[in-house]
Design a protein around this ligand. Structure first.
Ligand code: SF4
Ligand code: SF4
Length: 159
């Protein structure tokens, strides 16, 4: 049976916790977050996101085309491709997430906070989200390479 997905924010629980999830790894951006299935809108949004330095492409298995998008990890904001194992989300501030709830990645909006037990990701694993991206993988890689090339061009012009 298909499970119904809920978007839930519970400031009280998360405030007391201090953002353990965001400190360990950023949330996962889905194609819908960037405008899917409208590929022109997706291209525009992905280019903007990668150009900002706040988002990157990560992967589970490059040979199998299993890539996904997530906010950058603090200190790695200039890497369009980043495969860090763990690290704190660039959007975490001392007072919580810098983004309004509706602008957060889908897996952040659907993570159900719990007390004294593991918070419930409602099935949003890296594998699940990478599979959502498979249909758009060429678009995703094109956008990331375009921004990476722009950055290399900018660095080249410094010397
Ligand atoms: S979702 Fe869970 S781990 Fe994340 S801040 Fe809230 S209580 Fe903490
Ligand atoms: S986007 Fe916000 S809620 Fe999601 S991991 Fe980053 S700091 Fe946490």
């Amino acid at each position: 049976m298909k499970r119904e997905i809920f978007e839930i924010e519970n400031l009280e629980i998360c405030k007391a916790c201090g953002g353990l999830c965001c400190k360990s790894f950023p949330g996962l951006v889905t194609p819908k977050d960037v405008g899917a299935p409208d590929t022109e809108l997706m291209r525009k949004n992905l280019l903007e996101m990668f150009r900002s330095g706040r988002y990157c492409v990560d992967w589970i298995n490059q040979e199998e085309g299993l890539y996904f998008v997530r906010p950058a990890i603090k200190g790695s904001e200039t890497s369009v491709f980043d495969h860090s194992y763990s690290g704190e989300c660039t959007y975490l501030t001392p007072t919580g997430c810098q983004l309004i709830f509706g602008k957060r990645p889908e897996s952040c909006r659907t993570l159900i906070p719990k007390v004294n037990e593991r918070c419930d990701p409602q099935g949003y694993t890296r594998m699940k989200v990478a599979k959502m991206w498979q249909e758009y993988v060429n678009l995703l890689i094109d956008c990331a390479v375009e921004i990476e090339n722009e950055e290399m061009w900018d660095i080249g012009n410094l010397f």
